[in-house]
Design a protein around this ligand. Structure first.
Ligand SMILES: Cc1ncc(COP(=O)(O)O)c(C=O)c1O
Length: 417
């Protein structure tokens, strides 16, 4: 919060002045365009950004709340959902919706699962069992919806410990979670084993593919040997996959998918006891940004499978360069077997938080990990040209930390406030 509350000026300001002010306001932001931010932004390159921006602008005023008024948005949303379902090997009867982001998609899946069990007369099923590495969106959903989450430590390879999850499952368990991949370590859980567990115990398995949903299918097309993680596995009842991450759409775009229309029915909100009659909405928002729908549709059409495969190839090659460079500097240890665009690493030799702070002072920001202590990079094509500068600054920073010239002062861990 600013220290002083401002009052809206009486007179407006010329756009040219405002535009300069906007540029000035952003002066201290990390320079994601130069690949200096390893989190928050997925940069596919200028041409794709221009497509998203133009398409967003064209539909900026249209409202996804009114598909009858805007058949354009309905068509684009249906097509985006269709693209996602086919990429994730969903069966014929599967369906889904666009939402505002990964957190909303997860919240919707949790609500849908809860109401599915309620409708089946099992309202006492109120617990989610998830690995320690699962995204906090599940806890947010649980807090909002009056549910609980039991977290289970990860296995030695940083994936979900399926035996631990099985041991934690009780009669109260409504959902188990697998991540493809998880945010902290970037590794894909053993979804095949989780699917078998879900089937044998008749529990809902949600696969959080917010990061991998629009990356892993293309990596696989490129020949990367990935384990099965999607609807091809019969125990998977719902999935989340973010368009505003590796789908390269404008922010405010994700997808949530269900194995069948009957499951998705529990997601619906219907209410008619007010003067305007029935309101039926599938997602949390009322008004929904037409721009986010149009931008996602346009980017998907612009890139096509070939375009996404090319982006994936660049990201994986870039990740390998970072890995080789960090190995060459020495003293780093990677957390888990990275196969996609994320990498996480710590050190037994020096304080990794001191390194993170040193890099931050040199203009590089990424997420930190607390347990185990580490740094984290979520890479996109925009990082390809930054590798050399990053590694050069990393070499200097590590030398500084090793010599004792730099110690951590901030305490580490990522903050979101
Ligand atoms: C694995 C995973 N799930 C869910 C989310 C939540 O997505 P959002 O920030 O779009 O709400 C994230 C965000 O980084 C994520 O990495």
């Amino acid at each position: 919060m600013p220290t002083e509350r401002l009052v809206l000026p009486e007179q407006g300001t010329a756009w040219s002045d405002i535009k300069s002010e906007l540029t000035a306001i952003a002066e201290n932001d990390f320079d994601w365009r130069a690949g200096r931010l390893g989190v928050y932004v997925f940069d596919p390159g200028e041409d794709v950004r221009a497509v998203a921006k133009d398409a967003y602008g064209m539909f900026m005023s249209e409202n996804g709340l009114g598909p009858a008024a805007f058949p354009s948005l309905r068509r684009m949303e249906d097509e985006v959902v269709g693209f996602g379902l086919s990429l994730l090997n969903a069966p014929e009867d599967a369906c889904g919706d666009m939402s505002s982001g990964g957190t909303e998609s997860i919240l919707l899946a949790v609500k849908t699962c809860r109401d599915f069990w309620r409708a089946a007369g099992k309202a006492d099923k109120t617990e989610i069992v998830a690995a320690y590495s699962a995204h906090p969106a599940f806890d947010k959903a649980a807090q909002y919806l009056g549910l609980s989450v039991t977290r289970v430590p990860v296995a030695d390879d940083f994936t979900a410990d399926v035996a631990g999850i099985a041991a934690a499952v009780s009669d109260r368990t409504m959902m188990i979670v697998g991540s493809a991949p998880c945010f902290p370590f970037g590794v894909i859980d053993d979804i095949e084993a989780l699917s078998a567990l879900a089937e044998s115990h008749d529990i809902w398995l949600h696969v959080d593919a917010c990061v991998g949903g629009y990356f892993a299918p293309f990596a696989r097309m490129n020949g990367v040997n990935l384990p099965p993680f999607d609807f091809a596995l019969p125990g998977v009842r719902s999935m989340s996959a973010d368009l505003h991450k590796y789908g390269y759409a404008a922010k405010g775009a994700s997808t949530v998918f269900y194995r069948s229309a009957a499951l998705r029915e529990h997601q619906m909100f219907r209410f008619g006891d007010w003067p305007t009659g029935e309101m039926a909405t599938p997602t949390i928002a009322g008004t929904r940004p037409g721009g986010a729908i149009a931008a996602a549709w346009a980017v998907m059409r612009y890139l096509g499978c070939a375009g996404y495969r090319e982006k994936v190839r660049t990201v994986i090659e870039t990740r390998e360069k970072y890995e080789r460079g960090l190995e060459a500097i020495g003293g780093f240890r990677f957390w888990g077997q990275h196969q996609l665009g994320l990498l996480a690493f710590g050190s037994d030799d020096f304080d990794i938080f001191a390194v993170a702070e040193g890099m931050r002072d040199r203009g590089w920001m990424s997420a930190n990990l607390r347990q185990p202590k580490g740094m984290h990079l979520m890479l996109s094509p925009g990082h390809a040209d930054a590798v050399e500068n990053y590694l050069s600054d990393m070499t200097d920073t590590v030398a500084e930390v090793r010599s004792g010239a730099r110690v951590a002062v901030a305490g580490g861990g990522s903050r979101y406030s």
